[in-house]
Design a protein around this ligand. Sequence first.
Ligand code: NAD
Ligand code: ZN
Length: 360
Amino acid sequence: MNYKNYPMVSRVVFGRGSFNQLGDIISPKRKNIKAPFIFLVDDVFKGNSWLTSRIPLAYNDQLLYISADEEPKTSQVDELVEQIILNHKDRPSGIIGIGGGTILDLAKAVAILLTNEGEAKNYQGWDLVKTPAIYHVGVPTISGTGAEVSRTTVLTGPQKKLGINSDYTPFDQVILDPELTKDVPKDQWFYTGMDCYIHCIESLNGTYLNAFSQSYGEKAYQLCLEIFMEDNLSVEDSQDKLMMASWHGGMSIAYSQVGVAHALSYGLSYLLGTKHGIGNCVVFDHLEEFYPDGVKLFKQMKKKHQIHLPQGLCAHLSDEEFDIMIDVALGLEPLWINAVGKNWKQVITRDKLKGLYQKM
Ligand code: NAD
Ligand code: ZN
């Protein structure tokens, strides 16, 4: 047995208002005045001076607003890298991502592709990155994905939706300032928060479970219950706790895996562009068979927060389209081994997956 030796985020700040320290934190990392910091910022913050006035631009630093309407693509990473190389003679001092999972994943991928030759699609998979990335910082503005702590950056490429999983992917620095999440719309809060809840359920009910994953997963699960099922938290406490739940949920799957909801939701996302948070919710709603207790509680949380999930996403799909989604889902072997066990192929047939997709 060879145990995996994982890197972690090397530095983390936590606290309401800690975003104010961004300038102090990154300035020692500036290589010279020509080597800029590149800030990738969710365009939802365009014109929002409460946040943007605190982005410490100096010298040749550049701020790029990026839409999170669509999840990151390998081609988008390639374009950003090219743009940065063309605009700046010197290699950047660092990349700072400010936003949700979409922007955090882009920041990680751009940092890797600035030092590794070729196209982003060539690095989708496990341990394909050869050269350390440039210094990269993550500042989450919505909580749940665990992208701020994970060893992957999930990208949709021409052939597949798959992460760049590598030792060089995790952030060198993360700033956890729960105040930054204050204006997240309620539905989105629920969808992305449920990504964390689903990470816990899939990790805690998986065959890969071990004490490392369990300790993080149980903590994140307990925080999710406080946040989504009980009524005695202040708004601030709830934001603080969800940010830490996301962190723990991400740590939990680092040493295990996700499961059925993620496998099926990757299929939805690949074919229909359904976003991760909402897609996971749409799928998870139909997974009583795999996660009876987790799904029961999910339905209660949905009801309590008056969330209405879209119905009939797959109602008008052709057989060929179902096949595309099923191929994507079945391609994620580690997720199925985690969810069902080594003999998963006996249980998880194409017909079974089609039947599930037809309910969505
Ligand atoms: P997101 O980044 O897609 O953002 C969702 C929406 O919330 C967007 O409209 C965005 O503009 C908005 N938003 C973000 N912060 C806001 C704020 N403070 N105020 C108002 N609006 C705000 O959402 P997400 O759910 O965090 O991320 C999903 C992405 O994360 C997917 O691409 C998924 O593949 C990826 N992901 C990555 C990992 C990983 O380990 N790398 C894990 C899970 C998911
Ligand atoms: Zn997820």
